[in-house]
Design a protein around this ligand. Structure first.
Ligand code: FMN
Length: 394
């Protein structure tokens, strides 16, 4: 049974949240509630507690039960978080990462998909700051249900009114069920640049940060996939629920990938695998005795090509990072490596790609016109790539 954390903040529309919680329960979801102090001015927590047969989280410093920190426990427990109603205040805090009471702190600790239902006075809603904060939340991947135009508690009409509980439930439930497009699919994702040893202290590396692979892993997991991440970047936080295998060199990555390959439905090779490695890495640190130093490099295995050659049921997605002739190399790679989808990006641009939080990519598929995915943050790009992958898996 899916678990929903409902966060209630202090607007007049609080009373509608009671019916919304009832609708979730009737639809078979397990619900828990947390309320801000302002929300408790409008609705008594006991009302929610008696519906849920569960205590409501009302205070950051309420006594710990069995040594558990309640607001973190709620954040970890839920599959989805929704803020109903969301005040201008909580929207501003979420956009800034402020954690100063139980609701904002628990929301900041939530890695699961988050939904926000704003409700407020028209002028508060239209204020430049509120609009800016809503844009920030959208960019962070938070889903927002726009308020409707109607009679406000202030006695006049305007946009800011919270939709009726049935409308909120229809939107929310359709979002979370369509989100599970990769339900039970097993997906292997590689991330980061491989590291090839020169000697025990030196490496040949590349500029890949691993962020794109991690964004894909997080989004795929949220869409119901069982994700295995083969990563060279232990410094990045592993998305909740994702299994990770750390590797360094292209050869180690090849081993990990080939081992998992027969059991998966899809592979996304987002890692930047070195084309060459040092033929004979020195067993001890190379000293700077000579004026020049020559390293002999040998070709690394082409993991993607091997996967393409061995492909059975798997959908195979490759990445191409190019500095010139992007279209030409991408089309060539797609065919030569027997790929189902190739994600190409122009790494000569400073504003996107390697190391950046943003990307702009072109999706190439056999016998189809290329699709441009316009510049956006890597989480949004990941969603678009996975939408194409999901259509191939269904
Ligand atoms: C009667 C009354 C109604 C309010 N309605 C709203 C509302 O609908 N939306 C909103 O953003 N703030 C509303 N507020 C203001 C919030 O309660 C206030 O900004 C509060 O600090 C929000 O705290 P919270 O975000 O921690 O719940 C209202 C205040 C009062 C006194």
């Amino acid at each position: 049974m899916k678990k929903i954390a409902v966060y209630v903040t202090g607007g007049v529309a609080c009373y509608k949240t009671v019916s919304f919680v009832r609708l979730l329960q009737k639809a078979g979801y397990q619900v828990r509630v947390a309320m801000t102090k302002a929300a408790q001015e409008f609705v008594n927590p006991n009302l929610f507690a008696s519906l849920l047969k569960e205590p409501v989280l009302t205070d950051l410093f309420q006594p710990m039960e069995q040594g558990k920190i309640a607001h973190i426990e709620l954040a970890d427990w839920c599959d989805y978080a929704i803020v109903v109603p969301a005040t201008a205040n909580i929207i501003a805090k979420m956009a800034q990462g402020i954690a100063d009471e139980v609701v904002s702190t628990s929301l900041l600790a939530t890695a699961q998909p988050t939904f926000v239902v704003p409700a407020m006075n028209t002028k508060m809603y239209q204020a430049a700051s509120t609009q800016r904060n809503l844009q920030t939340l959208k960019r962070d991947g938070v889903k927002i249900l726009d308020p409707v135009t109607g009679l406000l508690a202030e006695g006049y009409s305007g946009q800011g009114r919270m939709p009726e509980p049935t409308e909120i439930a229809t939107w929310f439930l359709s979002e979370i069920t369509s989100e599970q497009k990769l339900k039970n699919k097993r997906i292997l994702i590689t991330a980061g640049g491989t590291q090839e040893a020169i000697d025990p202290v030196r490496l040949i590396v590349n500029r890949s940060s691993g962020k794109m692979g991690y964004a894909l892993a997080k989004a795929a997991q949220q869409q119901g996939a069982q994700v295995t991440l083969v990563s060279t970047v232990p410094a990045l936080p592993v998305p909740t629920g994702v299994e990770v295998i750390y590797v360094q060199s292209a050869q180690e990555m090849r081993q990990a990938v080939l081992k998992t390959y027969p059991q998966v439905d899809a592979v996304i090779m987002a890692a930047a695998v070195a084309d060459y490695r040092v033929k004979n890495p020195a067993p001890t640190k190379i000293k700077k005795h000579s004026e020049t130093l020559t390293l002999e490099l040998v070709k690394n295995p082409d993991i993607l090509k091997e996967l393409g050659a061995q492909k059975e049921q798997q959908v195979l997605v490759g990445f191409a990072a190019e500095t010139h002739d992007l279209q030409h190399y991408a089309q060539q790679k797609l065919i030569q490596k027997n790929l189902d989808l190739l994600v190409a990006n122009d790494v000569s641009r400073k504003d996107i790609g390697f190391g950046s939080n943003d990307n702009e990519v072109i999706l190439f598929q056999p016998e189809q016109a290329p699709i441009l995915v316009a510049k956006a943050d890597k989480a949004a790009i990941a969603q678009q790539i996975l939408a194409v992958l999901a259509s191939k898996l269904s």
